[in-house]
Design a protein. Structure first.
Length: 97
C-alpha cells in the first residue's frame, strides 16, 4: 500500500509520461492485463488511457486493472489511469519513506 507522500512522488514522475495502453469499447481483457504486467515489470510506472467510446467509469477500470495485474493504482484523472508496481529486475524508482 502506498502512502500519500509516495503517491504524490509517483504522480510527479508520471506527469511527463504518455499513455502506452488504451482501453476501448471492448473493456479490460486478459490480453490487455498480460501486456500491462509485462510493461510494468520493465517501466514500473505506466499510464493507461480510456477511450471515449468506452462508457465505463475510469475509476472502476483503474481498480480492475490494478487488481488483476497486481499493480498499485496511483491516480485516475479524467480518462487517464496511472499504475505502479515495483520491478524485480529493473528497479529505478526510489520511493520516499
Amino acid at each position: 500500500m502506498l502512502t500519500g507522500k509516495q503517491k504524490r512522488h509517483l504522480r510527479s514522475l508520471a506527469h511527463h509520461l504518455t499513455p502506452i495502453f488504451q482501453v476501448g469499447k471492448g473493456g479490460v481483457n486478459d490480453n490487455l492485463i498480460r501486456h500491462i504486467e509485462e510493461a510494468i515489470e520493465v517501466r514500473e510506472l505506466i499510464k493507461v488511457s480510456v477511450l471515449t467510446n468506452n462508457d465505463d467509469d475510469p475509476r472502476e477500470i483503474g481498480a480492475e486493472l490494478a487488481g488483476k495485474s497486481g499493480c498499485e493504482l496511483v491516480q485516475v484523472i479524467g480518462k487517464t489511469i496511472v499504475l505502479y508496481k515495483e520491478s524485480v529486475d529493473h528497479k529505478e524508482i526510489v520511493l520516499p519513506r
